[in-house]
Write a protein of this length. Structure first.
Ligand code: NDP
Ligand code: GDP
Length: 324
């Protein structure tokens, strides 16, 4: 019989790629969708992948425990992937309470719904390298202490530790994936890679003249979302639940990433990038660099797509979108 997955955040970047991955494996995929007054807008990523008709949508919200209990009861999932969150770091200073309610307490709600309604289900929590924040070690592994630097990261830390606590308290099969930044043509436009690839495409097509950026000296360990959703699934196929760092092991400045995108369309970034302090953050995460050796040894997982190929794929997708 087909296995069932319940995904919160199914309309997000990772939810879309994870759905595609699980559908190809023969899963029945159920996705929690929050109600919107607009029709047909929040499934645009699933439509881009051509899979929107293959998913069973369930109305619910991470802040509403009863909706999550109903979703688990109705779908009886073998695997629950909690990907839903207020996921944009910068917004977490503007909306710290909402970020806490969705990104932190939302995890408690999903864990409770799964444990009470379907204790045999396996659970995946979307933790984040942002939890390392002011890094305590030059290369971050599962053993590196955390030092969150934003309301978002503080909320993610709560979800991470609660996932571990449910594993230890109830023998619940709960895994936390500490994923470093991962991007794709489906990344939200507010995140730096997509902002840059979209900007490069618009300037190349004569639809804009320049792009305003924040701290271009920040460094990130960027991978491709398609690779990273495979790691989520692998974690839930192991005999024992555990936590894993998922990263490429290479770090690059925002400036270098901009260079790759702009050069691809024959533009000199010096002529088009302007720094606007509005895009700086009250507290910055200067550098992230992950050590994925545990994931490689235990899960047999490795990042397959390099940064250059990913940025080129994203610029090409944005060029195609703007030409339409
Ligand atoms: P996105 O921002 O693309 O997607 C977030 C999803 O959460 C959307 O489907 C959104 O729904 C949903 N959501 C937001 N609020 C609620 C709510 N109150 N109730 C129900 N659903 C809600 O994120 P990504 O796909 O990039 O990331 C997936 C997860 O992984 C997130 O938890 C993120 O914090 C985490 N993460 C991501 C990393 C990355 O680099 N991408 C790195 C590390 C962790 P809607 O479409 O309606 O807005
Ligand atoms: P984050 O790592 O989850 O915060 O992912 P982002 O893609 O939002 O930001 C990555 C890094 O790029 C951070 O250090 C930002 O400060 C930096 N950055 C520089 N300019 C910008 C910008 O214009 N937008 C965003 N989102 N980030 C920027």
């Amino acid at each position: 019989m087909a296995r069932t997955a319940l995904i919160t955040g199914v309309t997000g970047q990772d939810g879309a790629y994870l759905s595609q991955f699980l559908l190809e494996k023969g899963y029945r995929v159920c996705g929690l969708v929050r109600r919107s007054s607009h029709e047909g807008v929040n499934d645009h990523r699933l439509r881009w992948l051509g899979i929107e008709r293959d998913i069973e949508f369930i109305d619910g919200n991470l802040t509403d425990l009863s909706s999550l209990m109903r979703a688990v009861r109705a779908t009886k999932p073998d695997e629950v992937y909690n990907l839903g969150a207020q996921s944009f770091v910068k917004s977490s200073w503007q909306q710290p309470i909402l970020t806490g309610n969705v990104t932190a307490i939302g995890v408690a709600n999903v864990l409770e719904a799964a444990r009470l309604e379907n204790p045999e289900a396996r659970f995946y929590q979307a933790s984040s390298s942002e939890m390392y924040g002011l890094v305590q070690h030059p290369v971050q592994s599962e053993k590196t202490p955390f030092y969150p630097r934003s309301p978002y990261a503080v909320a993610k830390l709560y979800g991470h530790w609660l996932t571990i606590n449910y594993r230890e308290s109830y023998k619940f099969f709960a895994c936390s994936g500490i994923l470093f930044n991962h991007e794709s043509p489906l990344r939200g436009l507010e995140f730096v890679t997509r902002k840059v690839t979209d900007g490069a495409a618009r300037i190349a097509l004569g639809k804009a003249t320049h792009l305003e950026m924040g701290n271009v000296d920040a460094k990130r360990d960027w991978g491709h979302a398609r690779d990273y959703v495979r790691a989520m699934w692998l974690m839930l196929q192991m005999d024992e639940p555990d936590d894993y760092v998922i990263a490429t092991g290479r770090t690059t400045t925002v400036r270098q990433m901009i260079e790759i995108a702009f050069r691809h369309v024959g533009l000199d970034p010096e002529e088009h990038i302007r720094i606007n302090p509005e895009f700086l953050r009250p507290a910055e995460v200067d550098i992230l660099l992950g050590d994925p050796s545990k994931a490689k040894a235990v899960l047999g997982w490795e990042a397959e797509t390099g940064l250059e190929d990913m940025i080129v794929e994203m610029v090409d997708a944005d060029l195609a979108r703007h030409r339409k």
